[in-house]
Design a protein around this ligand. Structure first.
Ligand SMILES: Nc1ncnc2c1ncn2[C@@H]1O[C@H](COP(=O)(O)OP(=O)(O)OP(=O)(O)O)[C@@H](O)[C@H]1O
Ligand SMILES: [Mg+2]
Length: 354
């Protein structure tokens, strides 16, 4: 039995443990070498954003701190500047100590983030370092209350020559709406940025990923099982990893492992969806059900939702559908049909109660 690497359920932390993503790693490296100051990584849930960023940062080509905005949000129900200030300060101090230096930051009683960033920038400049501030799940920065983090980031991108921001977000539309770099009125308008879209694995990649994981674990997977797995679980790395974990570590047979991915995965997804749609649960639920049942054009969704939940104006339905798109739960096809691509999410929605 080999060492568990590919089918480890935790986000990967090392490029050697990461399956492929070479182009994305290369793009990150070259952005930094070219002195680009803003990089954004988009990707659906469980496609491997955290793994990519962790693994890249762990190559230690550049000093960094990595913070999870979702974590700060969950602690406070918002992202207060004080919390962000303290977290960045703590992590930066830790980094400085690790390299045997003193962070030497004057603590500001008012927790002004730009001042802290300026000090970090100066510190790095005098040592000729490019420093990465990586913010995972950055769409949560929109919960800054009166604090405009998009403005602070834009200011940083303009003025801090030795800091590069890397942002990731599983709610691509939400992150874009927060950054608003196409809006002339917005602080980040027109700023140069490298946008990386992390895609789901192709068919070939799914097969190769599973084969490699089974090989590492010293186990076999038959061609039929392979076919069945990639057909059922699609190209989302997280679900393929779950499957591999149940097969190799938990020793489940193929059918049981698939069932278990649907069971555990849909429980997790159901909780996530419930949180995201809490504000208008009943209508969202019927919209999602309509789409899952194949009633997926705008007018058919409207008829379906109205038959279940009573009258809904065009404007309301539009804004609810837009929100689902921005959250990355629903996607819109070329022919204007709304679809849900994640098979586990489809399973979860069937269990969703209005
Ligand atoms: N390229 C990869 N190689 C190996 N394992 C991967 C890869 N991408 C993702 N995984 C595995 O898939 C799962 C999900 O990955 P990760 O947490 O990095 O995704 P994410 O996009 O950050 O998800 P979330 O939206 O939930 O934050 C983890 O178990 C991780 O180990
Ligand atoms: Mg993540």
């Amino acid at each position: 039995m080999g060492v568990l690497v590919l089918f480890d359920l935790n986000p990967k932390e090392n490029v050697h443990d990461l399956y492929d993503r070479k182009a994305e790693l290369e793009s990150l490296s070259s952005s930094l070498k070219n002195g680009e100051r803003l990089i954004i990584i988009y990707g659906l849930r469980r496609v491997g954003k955290t793994s990519l960023i962790h693994s890249f940062l762990n190559k230690r080509e550049f000093p960094y701190i990595l913070l999870d905005m979702k974590e700060i949000y969950h602690v406070s129900g918002s992202v207060p500047m004080k919390a962000l200030y303290n977290t960045i300060l703590k992590e930066f101090t830790k980094f400085a100590e690790k390299v045997g230096e003193d962070a030497n930051i004057d603590i500001d009683d008012e927790f002004r983030l730009p001042d802290l960033l300026k000090e970090i920038n100066e510190w790095c400049k005098s040592r000729k370092l490019i420093f990465i501030i990586a913010l995972d799940e950055a769409q949560y920065l929109r919960y800054g209350g009166k604090v405009r983090y998009d403005g602070i980031i834009a200011w940083g991108v303009d003025n801090l020559s030795n800091i590069t921001f890397i942002l990731t977000g599983s709610e691509a539309g939400m992150l874009k709406e927060f950054l608003r770099y196409e809006d002339v009125e917005a602080p980040l308008y027109g700023r140069f940025r490298n946008e990386i879209y992390l895609k789901r694995f192709t068919k070939e990649e799914r097969v190769a990923f599973l084969r490699q994981g089974f090989k590492e674990a010293g186990k076999n997977i038959s061609n039929d099982e392979l076919e069945d797995t990639i057909k059922n679980l699609d190209g989302i790395s997280g679900w393929l990893t779950y499957y591999g974990y149940f097969r190799t570590i938990k020793n489940l047979e193929h059918k049981k492992a698939i069932e278990q991915v649907f069971k555990d995965g849909s429980e997790l997804t159901l909780k996530e969806i419930e949180t995201l749609i809490a504000r208008s649960r009943k209508r969202y639920t019927y919209i999602l059900r309509a789409i899952v049942e194949g009633f997926n054009t705008w007018s058919v969704i409207k008829t379906y939702v109205e038959s279940k939940a009573g009258g809904v104006s065009d404007t309301v339905l539009n804004s609810l559908l837009q929100a689902l798109l921005k959250l990355g739960i629903v996607e819109k096809e070329q022919d204007d049909r709304y679809v849900i691509l994640d098979p586990i999410a489809i399973h979860a929605i069937k269990k969703l109660k209005p």
